[in-house]
Design a protein around this ligand. Structure first.
Ligand code: ZN
Ligand code: ZN
Length: 440
């Protein structure tokens, strides 16, 4: 095995040729440790000459990764097909960003720091849309979907293999071909800027964090702005599994209008509820208290909060940029008797391009058995959206008892109610699902 170092711009490159196995791994590890100790530069491992890497070689890599300063990156470039496969099987590709070549690594790292605040695409990505409790699909629900799909294919005449994708997308209802998902509230406001913006920390934030790490590599540093509706469990329970919180160099700013934000987040990450104490998180975590009604500028957006009706209060947020607006308004019980033209939410929702709205219950339930439970109905959602001139209404915070078929049925009924009650412009109604992206 041969080892050689070079410098490319501000990066240190370690070129390795030969096999990295139990015979050569000690020498490889010593060179790696010396390279990471040599202050300053990020390290690119040029593997274009590496024929094979064994578990001993991978262990050397892991040791180097653990010894490197926290603000430095190690990337691996130019892997042959076999070495790449070994990285995948061992899951090392999740720890070390892999690049086609040293030049590709340099390009990627230089671009990753170059992002600026807007004007990129402005929209949302839903990571968790379920209310109150995570609601994973069970085996019988999956089986029922398979059965429905097979039955539909049989009735139509089984499609040829090339036509299967079109058959799935065009002929199967959403509730059969897909799922609304089971993660609790977490919505990303996409700006195309350098800072991330999120609403709430339900279980959807776990997938959001893993998605970012998968895209940018574990060593890329980021700033995450979170806007909290409130601290009920379904809105904070994803945070202990939000991997960027464990990575030094990341900044997480948790914004909200409640006084006890820090205590609520800390309490769920303390004995005996969770093994990793809040104080042990590597990221810098800040809490920012906002005033409802005041305008703030965060991540290239203007943000404003409104106080809502829910046990312990909740807050809705209006995000706007360049004349476009997205409103996140969940966990709020709008009492039907109090809604008229002077109702403050009409102004807050006014002309929004997208209104994300808690429509957890039917109207019958919301004003009888579930009155004062803190949630609203699809009927009130449509009426408010119409009065405020909202363009698109996303039903959100789905009842965990509802299966995909039921949520789809509620959506169909809500679209119909919008037609029946429309007196002016049309409100486009949709039902949010985990994974849905909407760009304005
Ligand atoms: Zn909730
Ligand atoms: Zn709540």
């Amino acid at each position: 095995m041969e080892l050689r170092r070079s410098h490319l711009r501000e990066y240190l490159v370690l070129h390795t040729v030969g096999r990295i196995d139990h015979q050569t791994s000690a020498e490889f590890q010593a060179e790696l440790l010396s390279a990471v100790a040599e202050g300053g530069a990020d390290l690119i491992l040029d593997f274009s000459g590496v024929e094979y890497i064994s578990s001993a070689g991978l262990s050397a890599l892991m040791t180097a990764s653990r010894h490197k300063p926290r603000d430095r990156r190690i990337g691996v470039a130019g892997l042959n097909a076999v070495v790449q496969e070994i990285f995948t099987i061992s899951r090392f590709h999740r720890i070390f960003p892999l690049f086609a070549s040293v030049d590709a690594a340099v390009r990627d790292w230089e671009n990753s720091g170059a992002a600026v605040d807007g004007p990129g695409p402005f929209g949302v990505r839903f990571w968790g849309t379920r209310g109150s409790l995570p609601a994973p699909l069970g085996h019988s629900a999956v089986r029922a979907k398979v059965r429905e799909a097979l039955l539909a294919a049989y009735q139509r005449g089984t499609p040829v293999p090339e036509a299967i994708e079109a058959f799935i997308d065009q002929e199967l209802p959403f509730s059969v071909r897909s799922t609304f998902g089971g993660n609790t509230s977490c919505v990303e406001i996409v700006t195309g800027g350098a800072e991330y913006i999120l609403c709430d920390l339900g279980t959807g934030v776990r997938e959001f964090g893993n998605h970012v790490l998968g895209q940018r590599g574990p060593d890329a540093k980021g700033c995450y702005n979170v806007f909290m509706s409130h601290m009920h469990w379904d809105h904070i329970m994803g945070f202990p599994f939000f991997m960027p919180a464990y990575i030094p160099g990341n900044t997480i700013r948790i914004h909200g209008c409640h006084k006890g934000l820090r205590e609520a987040i800390m309490r769920q990450q303390s004995d005996p509820c969770f093994p990793v104490n809040f104080a042990a998180l590597g990221a810098t975590i800040e809490f920012v208290e906002l005033e409802p009604g005041a305008a703030y500028s965060v991540g290239g957006l203007s943000v404003c909060a409104i106080k809502q009706f829910h046990s312990g209060d909740t807050y809705g947020y209006r995000f706007s940029r360049g004349g476009k607006a997205i409103v996140y308004s969940t966990d709020c019980e709008h009492k039907t008797g109090s809604i008229d033209a002077s109702y403050p939410f009409i102004e807050f929702y006014r002309d929004a391009d997208l209104l994300i709205f808690d429509a957890m219950y039917s109207l019958a339930d919301a004003i009888s058995v579930k009155a004062d439970w803190g949630h609203s109905s699809n009927i009130v959602a449509v009426e408010l959206a119409q009065m405020a001139g909202v363009k698109r209404l996303a039903l959100f915070h789905h009842e965990p008892v509802f299966d995909d078929g039921m949520i789809e049925r509620v959506l169909g009924e809500t679209v119909r109610f919008e037609e029946l009650s429309r007196s002016g412009h049309k409100v486009e109604v949709l039902s949010a699902y985990d994974g849905l992206e909407i760009f304005l």
